[in-house]
Design a protein around this ligand. Structure first.
Ligand code: FAD
Length: 398
C-alpha cells in the first residue's frame, strides 16, 4: 500500500465512545500495573473533535450508565469504582453517575485514558483497514493533515452503530467488518418512536400512563407499562421504544403495509376492569367522568369515537393504533443488528476469523432495552477487549 505510515502502535482502539474509552482505560491500567517487558503504545482514534459525544447525550444528559439487573456486574462496578465514579440507582434499578452529568463521565474517561498515556487522536476518521502481510493492520486514516496510514498489532473496532449520526456514528464499523470477512446482520433503527396509521394530530403533546400491548396479527407479542407520549404521527415514551425493538418488517408487503400486521393497544386505566370503568362512566355524563380519568385532549378523542359509557369504557381499556413504521436513524437510540456474535469470542471479544482484530459495543449484533442495558454492554465488551488485547501482547494476567 503506497501510503505514508506516520505512526505505529501496539494497540489501536478505533472509536472513542463508551466501549472504546472503557477499553482504552482498561488497557492503560493493565499496562501500568504490570512489569512491562517493553513500553506499550496505545492509541484511541476518534472521528469527532472530542471523544464520547454520544455518551455525553445519554439519559437526557444524565447518563443511565447501567442497570442493577444487568448480568456480570462485577467488572463494570469495579471499573466505575477504580475511576472514582460514584453512582446512584433509582427505584427502577437504573444506575446514574452520582452527579447525573453525562458530560462528566465522558470527560473522566478521556482524562483517565490520557493520564495512562493513551494517545488520543481526535478529528481522525478511519476509512479503511487492511491486514498487513507481516501481521497486524494498516489503517487508512483521514485527519487534519490529510490521508495517512497507522500501523498496529491489535485493533479494536468500537465505532458504534448507525443512529444519531451527528455524534459520529455513521455505520463505518459495519463496512470495515464486512471487508475483513465478517457477516453483519440486517440493520434497523431500534428504541425508536413508532409511527401509526391513525391521525394523531389532535393528541400531539399529550402524555398518558398506560399498559401497552404489542399485537401481531391479533396475537400478543409483548406488554410494557409506562408513560406514552403522543406526537403528530408517532407514539413514543420508554414503553413504546422498548416495544419498537420487536417490530419486524414484512418484506413481502409493500412499503406502506410492511408493519401493518402490528397494532399497539393502550389500556389507559390498567388498574380497573372494563365493568368497573363502565360503572364509573355511567355515574354522570361520560364527558365529565372521562375528564377525571384522562387528559382533556384524550377525553375529546375518545368521545368523538364513542356512543355511550359502554363504548367509552371499551376504548379506555383498548385504544388501538395500527403500526405504519418507525422513525428513522436520527430518532433511534440504538441500532438493531450488527457483527454476528458467533464470529467473535465471547470472553475476549477477539474475532474468530481474523487474529488480532477485536469488536466491542454497539457495532456488534446486540441491542438492549432502555434502562442502561446498552451502555452496560458497551462497558462490558470494551473492558473485555481492553484486557484481552493487553494480555495477548504481554501474556499479562491481572
Ligand atoms: C440520545 C441517546 C440517548 C441514549 N441514552 C442511553 C442511556 O441513557 N443508557 C444506555 O444504556 N444507552 C443509551 N443510549 C445508547 C448508547 O449511547 C449506545 O448504545 C452506546 O453509546 C454505544 O457505545 P459504543 O462505544 O459502542 O458506541 P458510541 O458511544 O456510539 O461510540 C462510537 C464512537 O466511534 C466513533 N467513530 C465512528 N466511526 C469512526 C471512524 N470511522 N473513525 C473513528 N471514529 C469513529 C464515533 O464518532 C463515536 O464517538 C443512548 C443513545 C442515544 C442516541
Amino acid at each position: 500500500m503506497k501510503l505514508p505510515v506516520t505512526c505505529k502502535f501496539d494497540i489501536v482502539i478505533a472509536g472513542g465512545g463508551a466501549a472504546g474509552l472503557a477499553a482504552a482505560v482498561k488497557a492503560g491500567l493493565l499496562a501500568k500495573s504490570q512489569e512491562a517487558p517493553s513500553a506499550l503504545r496505545i492509541a484511541l482514534i476518534e472521528k469527532k473533535e472530542v471523544p464520547g459525544k454520544k455518551l455525553s447525550a445519554t439519559g437526557n444528559g444524565r447518563c443511565n450508565l447501567s442497570n442493577i439487573a444487568c448480568t456480570e456486574r462485577e467488572e463494570v462496578d469495579s471499573f466505575f469504582d477504580c475511576l472514582g465514579l460514584l453512582t446512584r440507582t433509582d427505584e427502577a434499578g437504573r444506575m446514574y453517575p452520582y452527579s447525573e452529568e453525562a458530560g462528566e463521565v465522558s470527560a473522566l474517561l478521556t482524562e483517565t485514558a490520557r493520564d495512562l498515556n493513551v494517545e488520543i487522536m481526535t478529528s481522525c476518521q478511519i476509512t479503511r483497514v487492511v491486514p498487513a502481510a507481516e501481521g497486524g493492520f494498516i489503517l487508512v486514516t483521514e485527519g487534519k493533515g490529510g490521508t495517512f496510514g497507522i500501523r498496529c498489532s491489535k485493533l479494536l473496532i468500537a465505532m458504534g452503530g448507525k443512529s444519531y449520526s451527528t455524534f459520529g456514528t455513521t455505520g463505518d464499523g459495519y463496512s470495515i467488518a464486512r471487508k475483513l470477512g465478517h457477516r453483519v446482520t440486517r440493520l434497523a433503527p431500534s428504541l425508536v418512536p413508532v409511527e401509526v396509521k391513525e391521525d394523531l394530530a389532535p393528541l400531539a403533546g399529550v402524555r398518558a400512563k398506560a399498559k401497552v400491548s404489542l399485537l401481531h396479527c391479533g396475537n400478543l407479542v409483548a406488554e410494557e407499562e409506562g408513560e406514552v407520549q403522543f406526537n403528530k404521527d408517532s407514539l413514543s415514551g420508554i414503553c413504546i421504544m422498548n416495544l419498537s425493538r420487536l417490530l419486524v418488517l414484512n418484506p413481502e408487503k409493500s412499503f406502506e403495509d410492511a408493519f401493518a400486521e402490528y397494532e399497539l393497544c393502550l389500556d389507559l386505566v390498567p388498574e380497573y376492569g372494563t365493568e368497573e370503568v363502565k360503572a364509573v362512566l355511567g355515574r354522570k355524563p361520560e364527558d365529565q367522568m372521562l375528564r377525571g380519568l384522562v387528559r382533556k385532549k384524550l377525553a375529546g378523542y375518545i368521545l368523538e369515537r364513542t356512543e355511550g359509557a359502554e363504548t367509552a369504557a371499551a376504548l379506555l381499556k383498548d385504544l388501538r393504533f395500527t403500526v405504519s413504521g418507525t422513525k428513522g436513524w436520527n430518532d433511534a437510540q440504538v441500532t438493531r443488528g450488527g457483527v454476528v456474535l458467533d464470529e467473535v469470542k465471547e470472553d475476549t471479544m477477539e474475532s474468530k476469523l481474523v487474529e488480532g482484530l477485536y469488536f466491542a459495543g454497539e457495532v456488534l449484533d446486540y441491542d438492549g432495552p432502555c434502562g442502561g442495558w446498552n451502555l452496560h454492554y458497551a462497558w462490558q465488551t470494551g473492558l473485555r477487549a481492553g484486557r484481552a488485547m493487553t494480555e495477548a501482547l504481554w501474556g499479562a494476567k491481572e
